[in-house]
Design a protein. Structure first.
Lengths: 267, 333
């Protein structure tokens, strides 16, 4: 038996993904309606944002376009969790009914096998919307453009994604221990809405929570500072890639620990 | 022949909370540390040879699933040793998974939205099956069952029977040394049951695959197994040839009767008429367990016809449940 490295997993993922897309296309109406729904959700979010800023030209020193930048940044960095880790939402159901046991019988990584099963294509609409917003605000702020800035943006976006993925993994994994874990997952997911505001507008208590306990400030705020305020970047911003990787690794360990202790239901 | 599965003095204990009744009890349970230990599997030992088909039987909650979960590496035994194909399942779960196949009667492991052939291709990659091996097993499948109509049908559109068939084919795809089948014929019609049994039998012959079969259907056991293992309440009750078991209980038939009047009351009268027989009644039938070595069915029926107005009758084999019940009540010599 060959060793199962990254290449092995990448190949299997692509295969499952291609098949999944093929079968999704066969539900055309479903595909179109959910895409339209996603676009509407984003537009509605944007409108409420816009109304807010018609009344307050700036919030705590953050201009309209800077806020827009944060908004776009958070949308883009939330895309991977939406696209690749959507099966976390079904974890509770799978564990509860005992169907989860089938993921324990394959000679591949359980976490990988489980997450590979669902690819949520709706996330791509969000990605397009987020990118549009980001580019528009980038131009309006007049940030200029250098390859280094692009590199920084990409690196910090990956970081932000990892944190969101980590939060969702950890929240979903609670179902291995508690029955009503949906609320934990839902809570974690709702908190992401606060990610699109600069953390300085919150009270010190929440600032602490959002930085160290539920690290949503790393989803958009700290990474964006590197691009938006390059002259005074706090240490926490530079630390965010490390924090992102650490959180992801930790959440993976928690998830796998839960899966390993899973014993299933009677049959 | 060589041993493929070795189980030595294996036990599995679960710690469960002693639950109290009522709302107040539930509140107390929140803070309770009052656990009790339940032995789901109690000191089981067996050795299974490569190529055997073993029927693993027992009533619901006997510990069958727990044993299978330990053999597949999902659960760790509390004590004792398990070796499956030389692997310790719990420690080398991935390596063990490569060499076994698992089918759960009611839970498909295939990709729901995909046609069967696409599931096969993904499995081919996951198990790293070489091309020629993959082709040869497909050829074998084609010779055994009519798989063409199945191959291009999405799993979600299949009937339960087709799905079970597909799951079994998928479990044998990587040529595992052992396949665990958990109630593969549950909920299937007679024709499909027979097809599934023929398939399992043929695959076992062709590939010399060891099969561990859990079932409540005596028909499965009769068609497939020469050896059966029976457990109840976690303890092993029987491990031997099926012929041996039948010599104890094979002469038993259940005579089912329907007659005028309330069945419960009539059953009592029948019992009076037939002392020494086991008589019971459910909503539809009065059942009389007849040992044909001691009494002829026709004589029993004739005797009853004198005193009762029999409207309908059926003759059945002794059921797995009855066998296990009898073994549990009376033991095996």
């Amino acid at each position: 038996m060959k060793r199962k490295g990254l290449g092995f997993y990448a190949k299997i993922y692509c295969k499952i993904l291609a098949q999944d897309l093929k079968s999704k296309m066969s539900y055309r109406a479903d595909f179109i309606i959910s895409t339209v729904g996603m676009i509407c959700t984003n537009i509605a979010g944007f409108i409420s944002f816009w109304i807010l800023f018609r009344n307050f030209p700036s919030i705590n020193g953050w201009s309209y376009y800077e806020m827009l930048f944060l908004y776009g940044f958070s949308l883009v960095s939330l895309t991977p969790v939406q696209c690749f880790f959507d099966n976390n939402w079904s974890l509770r159901q799978n564990v509860y009914t005992g169907d989860f046991i089938k993921y324990c019988f394959r000679p591949i990584n359980t976490f990988f096998y489980y997450q590979s099963e669902v690819f949520d294509i709706k996330g791509l609409g969000q990605l397009a919307f987020g990118l549009g917003t980001l580019i528009y605000s980038w131009i309006k702020i007049g940030l200029g453009f250098t390859p280094l800035m692009l590199l920084k943006t990409v690196v910090f976006m990956i970081t932000a994604s990892l944190i969101m993925i980590a939060m969702q993994n950890a929240a979903a994994a609670t179902c291995f221990w508690i029955q009503n874990s949906f609320y934990v997952l839902d809570l974690a997911f709702r908190f992401k809405d606060y990610a699109k505001y600069p953390i300085t507008i919150f009270s010190p208590v929440f600032r602490f929570i959002f930085t160290f306990l539920m690290p949503i400030a790393f989803i958009a705020y700290y990474p964006s500072l590197v691009i938006l305020r390059p002259d005074k970047v706090p240490v926490l911003s530079w630390l965010s890639p490390v924090i992102g990787i650490a959180f992801f690794w930790l959440s993976y360990k928690i998830w796998m620990h839960g899966a390993k202790n899973y014993s299933g239901t009677g049959s | 022949m060589s041993a493929i599965i070795e189980i030595k003095n294996v036990s599995k204990e679960f710690r469960v909370l002693n639950r109290r009744e009522g709302l107040k009890g539930s509140l107390k349970d929140l803070f309770s540390r009052d656990y009790k230990t339940v032995r789901a599997v109690d000191n089981i030992s067996m050795t299974i040879q490569q190529g055997e088909i073993v029927g693993y039987l027992g009533p619901n909650g006997a510990g069958k699933s727990t044993t299978i979960k330990m053999m597949t590496g999902v659960l760790e035994p509390t004590s004792g040793e398990i070796l499956v194909g030389g692997n310790v399942p719990y420690k080398n779960r991935t390596k063990n998974a490569q060499e076994i196949g698992v089918v759960f009667g009611q839970r498909s492991q295939l990709w729901w939205a995909l046609p069967l052939v696409e599931s096969f291709r993904i499995l081919k990659d996951i198990y790293q099956i070489p091309d020629e091996k993959y082709e040869s097993i497909l050829k074998l499948y084609r010779s055994l069952v009519d798989i063409e109509p199945l191959l291009h049908k999405p799993v979600r559109q299949m009937s339960l029977g087709q799905r079970t068939l597909s799951d079994i084919l998928a479990a044998f795809l990587h040529d595992p040394k052992t396949v665990f089948l958990d109630e593969p014929t549950i909920g299937l019609d007679v024709a499909m049951k027979s097809r599934i049994r023929t398939l399992i039998h043929a695959l076992n012959k062709e590939r010399n695959t060891t099969v561990i079969l859990t079932t409540h259907d005596m028909g499965d056991v009769d068609a497939l197994c020469r050896r059966i293992v029976i457990i109840d309440k976690g303890r092993m009750l029987y491990d031997n040839d099926i012929g041996h078991l039948k010599s104890f209980f094979g002469s038993y038939r259940t005579l089912k009767l329907r007659m005028d009047g309330g069945l419960k009351e009539q059953a009592k009268l029948v019992q009076k008429e037939l002392p020494g027989f086991s008589v019971s009644a459910d909503d539809e039938w009065i059942s009389v367990l007849v040992d044909e070595e001691k009494a002829k069915i026709m004589d029993v029926l004739g005797k009853l016809q004198h005193s009762f107005n029999i409207r309908d009758m059926q003759l059945e084999e002794i059921s797995t449940e009855d066998v296990i019940k009898k073994i549990y009540e009376e033991g095996v010599q």
